[in-house]
Design a protein around this ligand. Structure first.
Ligand code: COI
Length: 373
């Protein structure tokens, strides 16, 4: 059942979005899908611009069996850069992730939604897809959050995870960009991403599998970057690890990222993270943590990080929208386990509490990153 845009919802037949809380046990939130009331949809064809979006009741969507997103997922590209074949899967599907927080005393905060909009535009260009304008993206996020506001957890209990998708929804048989595209946003209340909660992660470096390869799409938030990490992730979990840390696919010696987040090393006053050189996802939390760390006087370096540097690091932590900032307690590489400081008084904890303080409105947002709705 289609519902018109919130901007047109002033009449007596307008749906009223409940101010109260949805019936949820907020203490039991993890990171799994809890469907909410409304989703946002906007469509366009390949020669058009996106123009009019609408809120609909959350539910299944209809797709042609020959839609671009379901077909041509496995476009195999043989890379001759080294002896090993590198397979790149190109799939016309992008996603984003951002969070809305409920403020103490009322109101909701979005964190840097225009950064997600920009990243989607960049990804859409790489995948030959039209994309919403930054304004359209941000308006759509605001409307989705307000329509689902009773699902935003109470302060301190989590956030509403907002998931924008851009897919080639039109039918295509020969290998080509799809004729029609759908931009869709749904949302789910969430709390901690890892089952470890706030406890440190135990990562393992997998030198058999790689997440990304030069010339591929590792820097794009395409859906095809995520299925390939499921197998190594499953193996790591079955061995008792929290997740996998990947090395670069050419030299197999530089740190890249974890399945769903970026990685940082701390050594004294230096904080380093792999440079976003095409194979690393330019995380918005990554970028924000770099700025916060610099504002505290840390020397932050974005560069190649050889795996040997893990031996020397004082602390290691991960960043991501879903993950936020997660301390790493150990990394296992070729059977050797390296351990790191975590908990009270660590750099990662200081950076994390500053970031979440800004995101939730508990700390003054001197960076101008949040948008109140
Ligand atoms: C996010 O952090 O928002 C992501 O998109 C990662 C996803 C695997 C949960």
């Amino acid at each position: 059942q289609a519902v018109s845009s919130l901007q047109d919802m002033s009449g007596p037949t307008s749906p009223s979005f409940d101010d109260d809380y949805a019936d949820v046990n907020w203490d039991e939130l993890g990171f799994s899908l809890m469907p909410t009331d409304y989703m946002y949809t906007m469509k366009c064809s390949k020669d058009e611009r996106f123009s009019h979006g609408e809120l609909n009741r959350y539910g299944n969507i209809e797709l042609s069996p020959s839609s671009g997103v379901l077909n041509y997922g496995q476009f195999l590209l043989f890379s001759c850069l080294n002896q090993d074949p590198c397979y790149i899967s190109l799939k016309q599907g992008l996603f984003e992730g951002l969070k809305a927080y409920r403020k103490v005393g009322g109101g909701f905060l979005l964190f840097r939604p225009e950064e997600n909009a920009r990243r989607m535009q960049m990804g859409a260009d790489r995948m030959c897809m039209p994309s919403p304008s930054i304004e359209q993206f941000v308006v759509a996020v605001k409307e989705t959050v307000l329509a689902n506001k009773c699902w935003v957890p109470p302060p301190g209990k989590g956030s509403l995870y907002v998931r924008p998708l851009l897919i080639g929804s039109g039918p295509v048989l020969g290998l080509a960009p799809a004729p029609d595209y759908t931009f869709l946003i749904y949302a789910s209340p969430v709390a901690n991403y890892f089952k470890e909660g706030l406890s440190p992660l135990n990562l393992v470096i997998d030198d058999e599998f790689h997440r990304s390869t030069p010339g591929g799409t590792g820097n794009v938030k395409t859906i095809s970057n995520y299925a390939p990490v499921l197998k190594p992730q499953k193996r790591a979990k079955s061995q008792g690890f929290s997740d996998v840390l990947y090395l670069d696919s050419l030299k197999k010696k530089n740190l890249e990222e974890v399945s769903s987040c970026n990685i940082f090393l701390v050594k004294g006053n230096f904080i380093s993270t792999p440079a976003t050189d095409g194979t690393i996802l330019a995380g918005i939390t990554r970028k924000s943590i770099i700025d916060i760390a610099r504002s505290f006087g840390y020397q932050v370096e974005e560069r190649e990080i050889p795996v040997e540097e893990l031996i020397e690091a004082d602390e290691v932590f991960c960043t991501g929208t879903a993950v936020v900032v997660a301390p790493v307690g150990s990394i296992t590489y070729q059977g050797k386990r390296f351990e790191y400081k975590s908990g009270a008084g660590t750099v990662s904890q200081k950076l994390c509490s500053t970031l979440t303080g800004i995101q939730t409105g508990v700390l003054e947002d001197k960076m101008g990153w949040t948008i109140e709705i």
